[in-house]
Design a binder for this molecule. Sequence first.
Ligand code: SAM
Length: 349
Amino acid sequence: MNTLLLHCRPGFEGEVCAEIAEHAAHLDVAGYSKAKPHSACAEFVCSEPGGAERLMRKVRFSQLIFPRQWARGEFVELPESDRIGVLLEALAGYPVCGSLWLEVLDTNEGKELSTFCRKFEKPLRSALIKAGKLKDDAQLPRLLLTFRSGRQAFVGMAESNNSALWPMGIPRLKFPREAPSRSTLKLEEAWHHFIPRADWDKRLAPGMTAVDLGAAPGGWTWQLVQREIKVTAVDNGPMAESLMYSGFVEHQRADGFTFKPRRPVNWMVCDIVEKPARTAAMIETWLGEGWCQEAVVNLKLPMKQRYAEVRKLLARIDDGLKGRGLKVFIGCKQLYHDREEVTCHLRRL
Ligand SMILES: C[S@@+](CC[C@H](N)C(=O)[O-])C[C@H]1O[C@@H](n2cnc3c(N)ncnc32)[C@H](O)[C@@H]1O
């Protein structure tokens, strides 16, 4: 039970390997990371007993940038005839778990396996309950079974308060038909990821103010307007007319990188595709000058050394803000709706 399995967007396995290896080295957890390109997962194989558990205890999942989900456990080969029997045997050394998720990887094979998982879940759940391996208790670890094929599964565990919010880290958000663009889901996902649900009414409250840089046609602005937040939408492109009728939006045709708000706002959000260093400098100005309290900003990924470069940029922003004597929380995640980018969240404390 000493391997960590980490799910990710296909193509980002190298970033996950680099990221988890850095944390392990920092915490003195011996082991190595490995991954097959485009497998949508990476493994960190710990070489000392208890290594995977220690790593998961010391690292907050929400602080990891590229992993979408994680679990500690091991791969188990499954026969076609008695999968449940073999899984129960494999679980002999595991503690009782408080919930069960069947997961697949974000690959074409994974998509094909989801139907199998849906059918398999019910009999498996009954067998686990009967064997005393599963009971409904949010305090207990979650049992995470990741199927790589019908013949092989990673039998893993993770604490439900220190792992993905959704199976496979993929949010179930419904696209609102009235929203002007699909990008709308990105801001909604960012809020779910970075803001505890219990804080939404306080931190995304009616009457608050926001600036949306690169706002057109208005998917992000739409999310803010839904929460009755007044938005200055900055973009040379046209905003969806329906939004302009809402009475909550002022459209400014201006350059987002030189725009300065007339007075400080609660939120700045930015979805402009730009060189990451330029975006990072802009973030530092907004938070550093006190133009906004919180921000959600898209950071485009560089072509190479993507993890190392993102870390460098985040460290630069952090150093800059600390140099101004400010305490700012900085979070960063490659969200499900992010492709060649990551999403940053900043909050002045
Ligand atoms: C990905 S789109 C934004 C989509 C938007 N968030 C939504 O949900 O509908 C990027 C936008 O940034 C705008 N843009 C690009 N460079 C800009 C700049 N320097 N200043 C302001 N807007 C810019 C583009 O016109 C484009 O509308």
